[in-house]
Every structure is written in structure tokens, then in C-alpha cells.
Design a protein around this ligand. Sequence first.
Ligand SMILES: Nc1ncnc2c1ncn2[C@@H]1O[C@H](COP(=O)(O)OP(=O)(O)OP(=O)(O)O)[C@@H](O)[C@H]1O
Ligand SMILES: [Mg+2]
Length: 362
Amino acid sequence: MHLSQLDILQVRNLQDVRICCHAGANVIYGSNGSGKTSLLEAIYLLGRGRSFKHRDLRVVVNNHADELVVSARIERHRSNSSHQLGVKRTAQGRFEARLDGKPLQSAVQLVEELPLQLIDAHSFTLLEGGPLQRRQFLDWGVFHVEHGYTVLWRRFQKALKQRNQLLRHGRMDAESLRAWTAELIPLSEQITSYRKQYLVELTQQAIAVAGRFGGLGVLELEYYQGWDHQRSLEEVMKTDEARDIATAKTNHGAHKADIRIKVDGVAAAERLSRGQIKLLVYALKLAQGMHYQEKVGQSCLFLLDDLPAELDYEHRGQVVSCLNGLGCQYFMTGVDKKDFEELVVGIAHQMFHMEHGVASVG
Ligand SMILES: Nc1ncnc2c1ncn2[C@@H]1O[C@H](COP(=O)(O)OP(=O)(O)OP(=O)(O)O)[C@@H](O)[C@H]1O
Ligand SMILES: [Mg+2]
């Protein structure tokens, strides 16, 4: 799968940009503030229905405009078909998405249509941030390979919300609380089982990629399921019911899960240098892309914001060679053209020069 043409209207300083994308490597270079990250933000918006920089899309709409539009021609290699995907944030604040002119009902459909991975200046939070980032990372993978996962996830969220609402409610209705606990337990267990299975498969890929990068040490990914693994969730929730009531929240379950990422037996965030952390994030996301490709039979798209930052020349080359090996489409940005010139020798690519929100080939 790849984008053959991308149209961006009124996304930050990109007022009207059209580029014909390369099916493989796309390099976007230009000075600070020229609009490189905004171009990636536009693609991300198309694939996720939200920005990776701001929750509020009002900030993303160009200052002089009321609405933004991003659309792209998607070429599907598997089905040998071509589709038009588009999103719009209207002046009234509505978010609309369309595939071949037909409205899409939710952002989940966008994610299915345009699977993408982003690595930017904040990606170190995958290692250094809270568990939410790692759960989201894990769930991206499970969502794409397990068809029933979205429904399961929604049912779980609903049951959790109901149980927490009840816990926050002053007068405790013990019967209702137990009913929601009973609903929640099997959902938590199913989510856990999908995630565990996925993590086992992903770990093998991640070890292989990290090994290619070299110098990262022995990688381990350990799943913490959100409750004591030696006890059943039923038992844990029964024992801790009083604590749930006292704290007015559900303290155990799949929503508390985490991945413990270690190198040489030590938490990766404590052991690795900044550049190595970035490299490990690349290894994890590339592994996810590989796993996705193996399971789904198509490639996902990679957005690499400021690839040269923090990575030495050799490691940049290894990242690019991995992406090339995957045969996926990728967009990488950086300030200096010369940082990319040697990197893409022998690799089919397209370079774009970004200047004051205008992208030109070259
Ligand atoms: N809503 C908006 N309307 C117009 N311009 C905006 C808006 N939001 C941000 N900008 C401007 O868009 C420009 C492009 O920002 P962007 O982050 O894409 O730059 P960049 O090329 O990635 O720069 P850097 O090399 O520093 O990362 C900035 O000058 C920013 O001030
Ligand atoms: Mg930028």
C-alpha cells in the first residue's frame, strides 16, 4: 500500500500543497519552520483522525482559514485497486472522513485504511513515558491483526467506565458493583491473552531488528498484565474490592497493563543513551511494521520526523535499509539535504524541498 498523491489544504503553514509521492522513500528537507513536520502531521491526520501534536484541531487549521482538508490517492497492491481517502475539519468544528466519496463512521476505519507508524521527537516517551504509551503501542498491533479486538476493547472500556462510575457514586450498590466486576473480568482476560500472544511474536522481530542496529544489548519485552500474574483476576478483584471502593476506581485489569522493556536485564530507559533510546524506538516500531506485514500481507506507512536528529550516520543508514527491506513507503524529514544525499544512494526515492509552506521537487 502506498500514497501516490497527497493534497493538503490549510494545515498549519501548508495552504495548498500537492505532491506526487514515491512508493518508497520520500525525503522532505528544508529550514526550521518551513512546514516539514506539518506535512507529516497532515498524513497522520489522514490515517488517525487526529494530530500527533495537538488534541485540538483548531490549532492545526491555518490561521487565515476556517477549515482544513487532507486527501490522498491510496494504491492497494494486494487488491490492485486505487482509492481516494479524505478528511476535513470544518469551520463548525466537525471532523469528516470519506473513502471514495462515502462517509466513514469512525476514526477506527481511517486507521484500517491507512495503517501508519510515526517516529518523532517525542517518541522516546514509548520508553520513558507512562504505561499508556506502551499499551497504545501494543494495541495498535493487536488491533491490526485480531479482527474482533476493537469490539472487545470497546466492551471493556464501557464496562470499566460503568464500574468506575459506580465506585465514584456515594452510596455503594454492592450487587451492581459485582455485576460489573463479573462483566469486566472475562473481557480483561481476553484482552490480556491477545496482547500476550502478540507481544511474544513482536519480541522476536524486535530482537532481530535491534540486533541489526547493534550496540543495544540483549532486549527483553515483558508483559505486565495489570494484576499479580500468580493470582486470577477474579481473586485479586475480590480481595481488593474494599480498596477499589476506598479509592473510587478499578485498580486491577487490562487497563493497568504495561510492557517492561529491558536491555541486559535493566530498564531500557535507565540504561540507554538518548540516541540509543531513539534507535530502540525505531527497532520496536519497525518490528511492528514487519509483524503487520507478515500477518496482513501489506505494508504500513512510516513517518520519520527529523531522522538525522540524534542518530549517527551509520544508524540512519541501518534504519533506511530496514525500511527499504520492508518495501514500505516512508516519509522522512530533516533540515539539510546533504544529510540525505548519501543515505539514499542506490535507493529509489523522491526529494522535496519545503520552503515557507511550499513543497517543490528537488
Ligand atoms: N495554525 C497555523 N497557521 C499557520 N501557521 C502555523 C500554524 N501552526 C503553526 N504554524 C507555523 O507553521 C510552520 C511550520 O511548522 P513545522 O513544525 O511544520 O516546521 P518544520 O519545517 O518541521 O520545522 P523544524 O525544522 O523546526 O522542525 C511554523 O513556522 C509554525 O509557526
Ligand atoms: Mg519539524
